[in-house]
Design a binder for this molecule. Structure first.
Ligand code: TRP
Ligand code: SF4
Length: 384
């Protein structure tokens, strides 16, 4: 499907990922060559010996990793592994955000790993310039209920707000400030780096590294599943961890990277463009309409499509199915083949996708209703 085994010829220009921009990464392969991210398919066999890989992993959506083998080693030897990720609450939680929660649920179920989720309210305030109220409400009313409805087990999950956690976590941010220079941070994040971004980046490093501390469980490794745009933060956290040998017990985090979803409008699925995303709380009928309006990988005319076939690798509708709606590999393969051979045209394909999506949203929203009251029990919101 998504084949990553041929590296394109690389231009000589330096490439920088901006974790705060809203553009999408087009050539994931470059991340291997420039930043030393390793292809995820190289660790699939080792993972398969332990457990069945998640569909997102089998399908190359989770396409890259750093030190995933170290994580497997800890699991195999019965050590303590933590899984940690974070999300900025802003507006609606959509299918692009769901992918990372799906992975957390997977690790929690099949590996019994402890899960941490950072609510990145500090980052959203500082970098996205959202109001505190808006951010906190979006976390409490949108994000956290959706995490629970997607299957995160509240008993085995720590969900915390970056602005309302424990002193040992804040101490890390203060200590980290001495371990990096401005020039190093500029090399990672670019020249446009003021206090807000610096603070958000050091806070994220504390998110990533705090489960190593005894106060938070003394884990032997932290695995961070994230979208590919977050790798700069991992590079920073790894550099910082390497600089503590004796004084604090921190380790190098492992990480995995998934592709960011293409929006239905063709650009990145983004909270700032409602037509680009399917929110987990979209009324099913409305979501179905967004599907029917979506861009596809179809040809200009039906006749041409019958002759040449569609281009599923360019199609947001195919992505919806591959990332979320068709768990069965054979069924997905059939859709792929029907598309490339021109046996199915986009109209019918969209209708079938819309049906699957309506079904999913209906069930999800029923679960959402039943977990709403749990939110207060799983997280302590900041006072303001
Ligand atoms: N920066 C992430 C985002 O843009 C959110 C985040 C905060 C995060 N802390 C984290 C992600 C720790 C992974 C690990 O959504
Ligand atoms: Fe996309 Fe389906 Fe059209 Fe193929 S047939 S291009 S998968 S909408």
């Amino acid at each position: 499907m998504h084949s990553l085994n041929s590296l394109p010829v690389l231009p000589i220009v330096a490439l920088r990922i901006d974790p705060w921009s809203s553009t999408t990464i087009k050539e994931y392969e470059k991340l291997f060559a420039y930043f030393g991210i390793k292809p995820f398919n190289e660790v699939l066999p080792e993972l398969s010996e332990l457990v069945e890989p998640h569909p997102l992993m089998r399908r190359g959506v989770v396409f890259g990793h750093r030190d995933f083998r170290n994580f497997l080693q800890v699991i195999k030897s019965g050590g303590k592994a933590a899984i940690l990720t974070g999300l900025m609450p802003s507006g609606k939680m959509h299918l692009g955000h769901k992918m990372v929660i799906d992975q957390l649920v997977y690790y929690q179920k099949v590996m019994k790993a402890k899960v941490f989720v950072a609510i990145a309210d500090v980052e959203a305030y500082a970098v996205r310039k959202k109001s505190r109220k808006e951010v906190i409400e979006s976390a409490l009313n949108e994000y956290i209920p959706n995490y629970l409805a997607l299957g995160l087990d509240p008993e085995k999950t720590v969900i915390y707000f970056q602005s309302n956690y424990r002193p040992e976590y804040y101490r890390l941010i203060q200590l980290f400030s001495r371990k990096v220079t401005l020039a190093e941070m500029q090399a990672i994040y670019g020249q446009d780096l003021g206090p807000a971004k610096i603070m958000a980046a050091l806070t994220q490093a504390a998110d990533i590294l705090h489960p190593y501390l005894n106060e938070f469980g003394g884990h032997d490794i932290v695995l961070v599943p994230v979208g590919a745009d977050q790798d700069p933060h991992l590079r920073l956290a790894r550099d910082i961890a390497d600089r503590y040998s004796n004084d604090i017990r921190l380790g190098r985090p492992a990480s995995t990277y998934h592709r960011l979803m293409t929006g239905l409008t063709g650009d990145k699925m983004s909270s700032s463009r409602p037509d680009s995303y399917i929110a987990l709380t979209d009324p099913p009928e409305e979501a179905a309409k967004k599907v029917m309006r979506s861009l596809t990988g179809g040809r200009a005319t039906a006749e041409e499509q019958r002759k040449l076939g569609g281009e599923p690798q360019k199609c947001p509708i195919f992505e919806l199915n591959a990332y979320h709606l068709i768990p069965d590999d054979n069924e997905l393969r059939k859709l792929y083949e029907d598309c490339v051979s021109g046996r199915i045209l986009c109209g019918r394909c969209k209708k079938e996708t819309a049906e699957r999506l309506k079904e999913f949203l209906k069930e999800h929203q029923e679960r959402l209703n039943s977990v709403k009251d749990l939110v207060k029990e799983v997280v302590k919101p900041p006072a303001f």
